[in-house]
Design a protein around this ligand. Sequence first.
Ligand code: TMP
Length: 207
Amino acid sequence: MNEFGKFIVVCGTEGSGKTTAVKRLMSSDLKDSFVDSREPGGSKGGEDIRKFIFANPDLHTEARFHLFWAARKDHWNTLILPALKSGKHVICDRFDCCTYAFQCYGEEHVHLQNIFRTIREDMFPSWKVEWRPQYIHFDLPPLVGLGRKIADGDRNFFDDEQLAFHERVRRGYEEFGKLFPVKRLNADQDPEMVWRDFRTNVEKILV
Ligand code: TMP
């Protein structure tokens, strides 16, 4: 194992299969070298903030934007960073890519882009090259993903948004990919193929 663990982030359209892929990774032969987590949430503070966010759908977008960052800071300091330092890899279901996609694009607060970058740089001065998030984007048309997510029965208020919202989120992920290196994975294919592509990507990151 490397001295430090790798930090892998999965993001993507609702219902894209990323959560299933993480669960499968955590029951595979690689499971012992990984800690899995999610955002918003992960740590005790992060999960408390998650509950607050989803119990308060009428919050102003800018307040929600900062809450996602607050949850992230607690998550990073108390769970992710200690795990990476101990040599464990961390696989995280969503991270800052989602703030960019959902709040800046989905919620149409594009002016938050600048503060996004400032907070990101300020919040993670400790980012060593090895700890930088390695993003994998499970990409598929929102219409396909939303149908799957509804079938899951696991919903939050973003799922009730119109298709146009989710199209903007998808565009947000594309824009994020212009700023930071993101590996795009075609999630609009057979689940077995999605898993295979995901696993291949993970293995490349771990090399
Ligand atoms: P999930 O855990 O079921 O995927 O739900 C998390 C929801 O929160 C999902 O709709 C995406 C959204 N979200 C944001 O709007 N901004 C963020 O920064 C993050 C991490 C998630």
